[in-house]
Design a protein around this ligand. Structure first.
Ligand SMILES: Cc1ncc(COP(=O)(O)O)c(C=O)c1O
Length: 329
């Protein structure tokens, strides 16, 4: 099977990524680009080492940590800002305000800095110190909320502030804004399809706002052969899978359709930690905890198949989690 130029196989993971990057840097320069142009078109990385043997199953991940803001959330943030500018709700003088567990905030802060919009973010006080430092470095104003209430506490505080001063703010509301999932419908989904040359049979992604799963899932649903859509959640309400939601015990995002996935799986925090370490040590990929959860679930699924092409997502990189204790265990 032949794959596209940004498809890194069969050497897999970091070695193949390096080759892809080297090939890209050897190609003629396309000339200057804007920050927006660097978002998306991420490589699809082979995780063949995790499967072992000569399985007829293939396992791949979208390297979303290679976006300029370092996560999968650059895509929806850029699309929500673009649609706000288009419909006039975002214009010079307005401040971008939202509740975010970190990565969407980093994307807003990065794009706000590039476009000249102030950014004010509500996030749980226990968000990783690295994330808070990155947000502050981009010049964003941070409002830290009760960690016991997790992202729901941040959402409630943000809604209260917006309701008090609606004229001051552009409130994209990533949990309820269709431009969130549409970013994945319009870009991530088509990339997965073309990078596997239509061979993808399973797509696995964890639910935060649910934008990734809703957008990619809907796009793949409409292709000519059925693709099984698998959603992933933390196994309990109290968990360490930053960015992911246990839907039963959370405020459900407005954009979430519980009927879209063919299958729902639940992952323990410990299993995600183990996979993060395994990815670093066995594949050379340094990724975050939700990526570990995604790959853990995708690998379990792949092991139960006799053939197929399973695709999941590396949501962000490891750098924001380096102070976590699990690296030492
Ligand atoms: C690290 C991380 N992983 C996964 C997700 C979930 O992605 P989505 O919001 O598209 O469901 C997020 C969302 O913020 C995240 O920050």
């Amino acid at each position: 099977m032949e794959f596209g130029p940004r498809f890194a196989d069969p050497m897999g993971s970091a070695a193949a990524l390096l080759e892809t990057a080297m090939a890209a840097s050897a190609a003629p320069s396309p000339g200057p680009v804007k920050l927006f142009d660097l978002i998306g078109n991420t490589p699809l990385v082979s995780l063949a080492q995790l499967l072992g043997g000569d399985s007829r199953v293939r396992l791949f991940a979208k390297a979303e940590h290679m976006n300029p803001g370092g996560s999968v959330k650059d895509r929806p943030a850029a699309n929500m800002i673009r649609s706000g500018e288009r419909d006039g709700s975002l214009r010079p003088g307005k401040t971008i305000i939202d509740a975010t567990s970190g990565n969407t905030g980093i994307a807003y802060a990065m794009i706000g800095a590039a476009k000249g919009y102030p950014v004010k973010l509500f996030l749980p006080r226990n968000a990783s110190p690295e994330r808070k430092r990155i947000l502050a470095a981009y010049g964003a104003e941070l409002v830290l909320t009760d960690p016991a209430l997790q992202t729901d506490g941040a959402i409630i505080a943000c809604r209260t502030e917006y309701a008090a001063h609606p004229d001051r703010y552009f409130y994209p509301d990533q949990y309820g804004n269709p431009a969130n999932w549409q970013a994945h419908y319009e870009t991530t989904g088509p990339e997965v399809w073309s990078q596997t040359r239509g061979a993808v049979t399973h797509f696995v992604a964890g639910l935060g706002t649910s934008g990734t799963l809703m957008g990619v899932g809907r796009y793949l649903r409409e292709r000519e052969h059925p693709v099984r859509i698998v959603s992933l959640q933390p196994s309990t309400g109290f968990h360490g899978l930053e960015g992911l939601k246990h839907m039963e015990s959370s405020i459900q995002p407005g954009i979430y359709d519980p009927g879209l996935a063919d299958q729902n799986v639940f992952v323990d925090t410990e299993a995600a930690y183990d996979m993060v370490k395994r990815l670093a040590r066995q594949t050379g990929l340094m990724v975050g905890i939700s990526s570990g959860a995604n790959v853990h679930a995708a690998l379990q699924l792949a092991r139960d198949l006799s053939e197929g092409v399973v695709v999941t997502v590396l949501c962000d990189g490891a750098e924001k989690y380096l102070s976590e204790r699990f690296w030492e265990d």
